[in-house]
Design a protein. Sequence first.
Length: 133
Amino acid sequence: MVDMLHNRIMNKVTITINNVSLTATISDTAAGKDFLSRLPKDFKLKDIEGFDEKVSDLDYSPNTEDMDYEEEIIAGDIAYYNPKDLPDCTLVLYAGAKGKWPGIFNIGHFDTEDYKKVLLPKNSSLVAKVKKA
C-alpha cells in the first residue's frame, strides 16, 4: 500500500488487546522499519493519568534519523516518545488527540476506530500482542 500524501510504502500489523484484533499501518520510515524488525512482540501497556493513551516501556531506542523531533499526533496514532533529555523510550498508542509534542515520532495509525474500545477504558493490566499482518 502507498500513502500518496507522504509518498511512503506502508506496512500492516495486527495488534491484539483483550482478545480484540486491530489492524494498523506502520510507515516506511527508519523508526517504522525498526519497529517491524522487532515483531512479533508483546507490549505491557499502562495508563498515563489524565491522558487518553496507553504506553509501554521499550527495551531499545528506535532509529529516528529520518524523522522530525516534534510531530503532530492525532487520535489513533502509534508513536515513539523519546525526548532528548530522558534515556528511556516508550511506545504510545493514542486514543485521544494530542497536538504537537517534542520527542514524539509518529510511526503509524490504527486502520479503524475500533481501537477506542480497548484504549479508552482505564485498565492497568493490558498486553498488546503485535505481529506483522
